[in-house]
Write a protein that binds this ligand. Sequence first.
Ligand SMILES: Cc1ncc(COP(=O)(O)O)c(C=O)c1O
Length: 413
Amino acid sequence: MFKKLAIEGGEPVRKDPFPPRIQFGEEELEVVTEIIKESMKGNEKLRRYSGPHVEKFEEEFAQYHGAKYGVASTSGTAAVHLAVAALDLEPGSEVITTPITDQGTVIPILYQNLIPIFADIDPETFNISPNSIEERITNKTKAIIVVHLAGQPADMDPIMKIAKKYNLWVIEDASQAHGAEYKGRKVGSIGDIGCFSLMSGKHITSGGEGGMTITNNSKFREKMRSFADKGRAFPDRTNFMFLGMNYRMTEIQAAIGRIQLKKLPQIIATRKMLCENLRDSMSSLRTIKFWKIIDDVKPTYWFCFFKLDLNSLKVNKEKIVEALNMEGIPVASHYFDVMYKQPWIKNRKTYGRSQCPWSCPLYGKKISYINTCPDAEKAVKEHMTLMLHESCTQREVEDTVKALEKVENHYLK
Ligand SMILES: Cc1ncc(COP(=O)(O)O)c(C=O)c1O
């Protein structure tokens, strides 16, 4: 029934590439043109606070995600930085987070002279494990940054319970999970502060790069708005109250973001349909499994994880990935390696040769990350990823299933 694999010279399942992702339409073009045209008339409305869009985008984004306030910024990393800075923690405090995430989750922790502590993951969902969080808590722990990986909400109830028990702040990094729901609530509005990347690879974008941080806490909102504007005091705007950054979003970015936000429900619906069709169609596979989705959540599938049973396959993961790529399916070998194996963290390359803040007397502890998250290290070896974005169709789902079946059948022990 199965033909020769493409990697061995056979016919591939498909010859044409997956469709490119088309994110923009006439609406985005029109709004950008309008703002530039105004500027051409001497009516410059590009900067933050020069027009209506940034403020409106903040309101609309927060409202969609079930929060009172939004603070726009220039990237997802900046969005997390606003959140961490708003907590105003003493240097050397510990912040627990997941080892499987983008650098943008961890960079702000170190910039604020705080110490990242990595909790292990749930090996089935790849999201942070609540039990592991609790094991990592010390008298220095002040906050948890949860990541909703690949669009699947982390298990927030036990995490919020732990946070309450130990009096910790919870930041949700929802950079990969715009609009995802946990028990009927949108992620980002469950913890104290929620952060989103609006970089163009994400569900929606504010024109290539951007970020948004949401909260129900008015004090955090004030702090974040000032931090994103060099520590500026509001509303008088003439004094600068603390060390901040310039993370101001532009009017063009926000105008694009507002249009994209309107498209988000349709983007989510299409991805859900495609990814869940894929999940159902590959249920009879024995060695390549769609990753576990927990009960009572609505993931938004930034990408899909597949978990491999390498003991039942004759070849390693790289060979499976290569064989699938040759069949025309753009799976990737894995997301990122565990955070503490990244050279900058392994070598503690921060400020000159100081290794601050790890070496800071205000921290006063020596820690090692080696082998601290065995389940995360194992997950990296056993998973591969595929993005089924909203410009894909049922054909991409069917081809993926055909290729997975063909490759599994060939390499099954
Ligand atoms: C979980 C997570 N946090 C933070 C970021 C950083 O976002 P940006 O690249 O927009 O700075 C990303 C980006 O991929 C992310 O996936």
